[in-house]
Structures are given as C-alpha cells and as structure tokens.
Design a protein around this ligand. Sequence first.
Ligand code: GCB
Length: 684
Amino acid sequence: MHRQKIIATILFFLFQLAVTTAKPVSNVVNGRETIPFNANWQFYYAYNFETGIKKERVNLPHTWNANEVLEGVAEYKRTSAIYENKLNVPQAWAAKRLFLYFEGANSVATVFVNNKSVGEHKGGYTGFAVEITDYVKPGDNSIAVQVSNAYRLDVIPLHGDFNVYGGLHRPVSLIVTEKNCISPLDYGSSGVYLSQKSVSENSAELEILTKLSLSDAKNLSLKTSLLDQEGKEVRSITTPVNAGKDAQMKNEMRIQKPHLWNGKADPYLYRVTVALLQDGKVIDQVSQALGFRYYRVDPDKGFFLNGKYLDLYGAGRHEDWSGKGSALTDADHDQDMALMKELGATAARLTHYPHSKHFYDLCDQNGLVLWSEIPFVGPGGYTGTGYVKDPQLEENTKKMLTELIRQNYNHPSVCFWGLFNELKLNYDDPQPFIKELAALAKAEDPGRLTTLASNLGSKDFTELTDLMGWNQYFGWYGGRFDEVAKWADQTHKTLAGKPISISEYGAGASPFKHSEALSAPEPKGRFHPEEWQTAFHEKHWEELKKRPFVWGKFIWVLADFGSAIRIEGDDNGINDKGLVTYDRKIKKDAFYFYKANWNPEPMVYIAERRNTARSKAVTTVKVFSNLPEAELWVNGKRIGKSKKNAMNTMLWDQVKLNKGQNVILVKAKSAAGILEDTCTWELQ
Ligand code: GCB
C-alpha cells in the first residue's frame, strides 16, 4: 500500500471511531457541558411505577394530550404518567457535578434517579434543576419522572380557557460542571442576574450578581466581561472569590454612551459572560444577552422607550399548535415569531403563563416589548374560581412568580410582569394575596412594572399594580364595536393617574365561514364568519390608534388554540379568535388588515377573498394595502383606481360581477415594482 493510502485508511478509521463514540450533541463551554436529554424516553400512563407493561418510545418535547384536541374531543386526559430513560455516566465524570434541567414539566413532576426521589416541582411552565451527583454511579443509571396534570387546588392554574397539556412538554438537559460552579439551582435561573440602573444615552450602570455553588473555595476568582454585539470586549473585571458554599458575588460596571436596545427599530444586544476561574483556569462559564434600555408609562401619554413614545401593539400568544399542544420545537417558536414580525407588532403578551426560553430570546433579538405573566388565572366568563385562600396554593403561586422573574430577569424585552388574569371577587377575595404578589415582584425586581388583566369593572383591582389592563370584547360577547372608544375614554377619566391598557380584544372567525351581510354571530354558535372578525378589528383599531394613553393594545389572539371547554365554531375544543389558524396555515383577513397598518413592507391584499360563493351582483371590493393607491381589474376589465384611506384600506363600490366566475385582480405600484393580488369569486 502506498504511504498516502495507508494514512488515508488510518484517518478514515479514526474518523469512524470518532463518529461512533461521539456523545449526543453537547455544548461544552469552558468547563460546563450542557447535553440535550430529549431522545428515547419510555412513556406510560401510571401513577406509580410498573414493570412488564407496554411502554411507548417518545422524544421530548412531548405531551400526552397532543392529538385529543385535534380529534375534536372536548375532554382531555388530566392524569399521571411516567417517563423513563437511561443515563450513562462515564468514569471521567467521577469528580464532576451533575444536574438535570427541566424547562417545563406540566404540571407537577417528581424526579427519580436509580429509584430514589431527588426532587419535586410544582408548576408546568417554569424550569427547574435538580442535582443528581450523589445519586448516580458510573455506567447506566435509571432516570424516571412522574408527571401529572391532574386537577388540583394547590397548583395554579386552577382555571382558564386553555388546555394544560400534560407531560415533559419542554426540553430536558443534563448539565455537567466541576465541583465549584455558577449555581443552576437558584429557581431554575441562569445564576447570573443583570440589573441595569440609571440608563440613558450617555451612560448606564450595570450590576452583575452571580450565585455560586462551591465545595472547596480555594484560589477561585470571577471574571465578568461585557461584550458588544460583534463579540468585542467592552469591559472586564476579575475579582477573587472569598466566600462560603453558596456565595453571591456582586460586580458593577459603568458604561459610557451605551448602544441602547430600542425595540424593533434597533434591538441591539450586548453579552455578559461570567467565568469562574480556579488557579487562573476557567472552570465554569455562563453567558447572557443584555440590552440597555429605559422606559416609563405615562397615564395620559402611554409608553415611552428610551425617552420616545412607542405605541405598544401586538397580540396575546398561547404556546399551542394543532397536533402538538404545547410541546413545541424551536422551529415552531420561530414560526410564531415570524408571524408576529410579519404582522408588524411592537409588543406581545405572553399568555397565560411563562413561555419557552427560546421565545424570550427571540423577543430580545427582534425587539418586541413583552408582558409576561404567571398562570394565576380566573374563570372569566365561566363559573368557578382561580383562587382559593389556601397556604399551599399561595406558596406555589409565589414560587412561580419568583421563578418567572428570576428565569427571565435578564431579557430586555420583558418590561411588565403580569400578576393575574380575570380573577373574580365572588369566592375567596384574592386582593390581599395579590398585594403580597405585587410586593414580591418589587422585591425581586424593582426595575420593572407590574400589571394585571381584569374583566371586571373599572373600579375593581385598581390599587394593586403599577399598571392596569382589561380584556374587552365589544361586539363579540355583546355590545357594539365602537363602545371600545367610550370604555377607554371613561376608564381613563375615572382612573385619572392610572395607566390603562387593553390586555385582550378579539372575535372568533373561521376562514371557511362567510357572510356577505354583516350581522353579529352567536359566540357559542357554530357560524363564526371571517368577515365579522375583520369588521371587529377594523373598528377597534380605528379607535385604539387614536388613543396613545392606552399604553398597550393586545389582540386576542395570534393563533387559534385548544380549549377543551369550548364547543363552538368549526371544531370542538378550539378557541378561534386567532389571526391565524391553529395549524398556522391560514392567515385570516384580519391578519392582513393589521399587516397593512403595522408593517411598512409594501403589500396589497384582497379582503374577503375566501368568500367565493357570491349572491350579490353588485358588490364592494376591499383591499388592505400600505401603498398610496391601487388599480382594480375584474375579468380583465379595468375598473379604476382607489386611494388608501386612514386605515390603509382601499374600497371600490358598485363593482358589477358576472354570473359564474369572476377574476378579481388588484395592482399597486411600489418602489420595488408592481405588486398584485388576485382571487376568484363565483356569482350564483
Ligand atoms: C379572556 C381570557 C382568555 C380567553 C378569552 C376568550 O378574557 O383572558 O383566556 O381565551 O377571554 O376568548 O374568551
């Protein structure tokens, strides 16, 4: 064999060996190894452990309720199940510490390692870590998690118009560190807290608090570095660590002329890396995105980001997808963010619970301002209560608020902590407890504002939080669209000095149901025509855009979602107020109405396009567009031009249709060329 051939053969075998012995894709950053632990779980329904029964192989994220809603079953399994897996611990980890990190187990989970219980977590929408170092041995170890989404009165949510999808519905990872590390055990947080103070265009003060978990604190130091968006070091401080087991280290930096995080106009992110060093060598490191910004809410003028008015508008979002429930992948979250961006939203309300890590990162990167909340949810228009005066429920709620805040503390996108949604006053009075929550939020995070979402009158709950929000459905659950104007003006007047927002407004719609004449549908009925939803939003936005004092305007809701208590619209178990369908495949007309108004990218869209079976020979053609004017053609015949009105809508009245098929075509000139849209209507 030639020498070259021999070398090539050796290299080939070495490569094969490397491939076959490689561990699952892991992320090793200076001492810390984070290994996804999502593949090949064995799943079975049980309350207690069982052997010798058939188990299903699943990968995470997973929920056992994923398909129930899709099949239109208005009941879903609130039960208990067990997930089992094997963890191989190499000899090389003998001197390491091991943690299992669960991003979300819905809703109560107990973790077992080699049949010993190592920890329990109550609450399905916040992450938690358990240390398993002392429970594992070299070689194979059994990991089991008992997860239950059974109804109970001591874990929130007690109520809500959404499904609590049972299971390990968010990813799991194994974190391997040295004996001394940045703590993964502080309420599931990163262990690093970035507090920004006195931020302005001229300077910013940054306090970095790092929580450590140490076993022998010899020769340790902490290096904290601030990097700009290009990764260039702006500042760095190294301090010796002279502390006990659970040390906390505080460092401060002052930055001149910080590049501010400025919402979607310029979502500039710095990065802070905190490295723990022993004898000068990095043994652990945590890196967090950082965006400097300052903001305030004026009761009469609305929201100001970095000193400038910013109209906060967008939609509420549930983590829920047909066929998947809340077990979403990063690609699913990316798609929801793409929808928010296409819509042109400046803000979002993450309802009704803390969302996935990845989505907060996306909001930081794309400049969305967030309202983020705990699942403290009342019955709204249904019967029951979201609160029971029970010490365990209260402890659980406080813990979840602490987890929400600590886990999301560093995200510049988060500006508001939501304390509850639609609690009522006809059972135990929740107000004294909400005051405790408000105090807890301030103690945890003095830099952010608290808010709530109420469906009661303008005089209730007004003394609890910095800001207020109401869920309003004028023209859906009753009333008329234009009443939103009166409500906003009156509430503003009655609550002078209190910043008010509309935390939800929306109407149900099926893209498969249509009407040529507008008449109010029955919310609980089957017939939810798309055109009513469009008209609802047209009028609401016309009124809301004129009112800067409404500091936040949140559509209910980005996408249709599963709600077992609903039997209405096209499918059982679905709330159809989304601007897009449950599978994200169809964007309803109302989506394009907002896109035309909120997103400056040139567009032209024929409304009522899906209303294909026409009975009126003379009709109005409506187009949503942000271009100055467009031209309409019907069956190849030029009808004429129309200019957009203040709502970025163009109308052609008295358009005649022929019997049979009619091809509708609109053309509009944009800087990038001619944009056109077309559809076909059939006159009966
Ligand atoms: C609300 C609730 C939300 C519901 C919505 C509705 O006010 O906060 O959870 O889904 O109304 O569609 O009725």
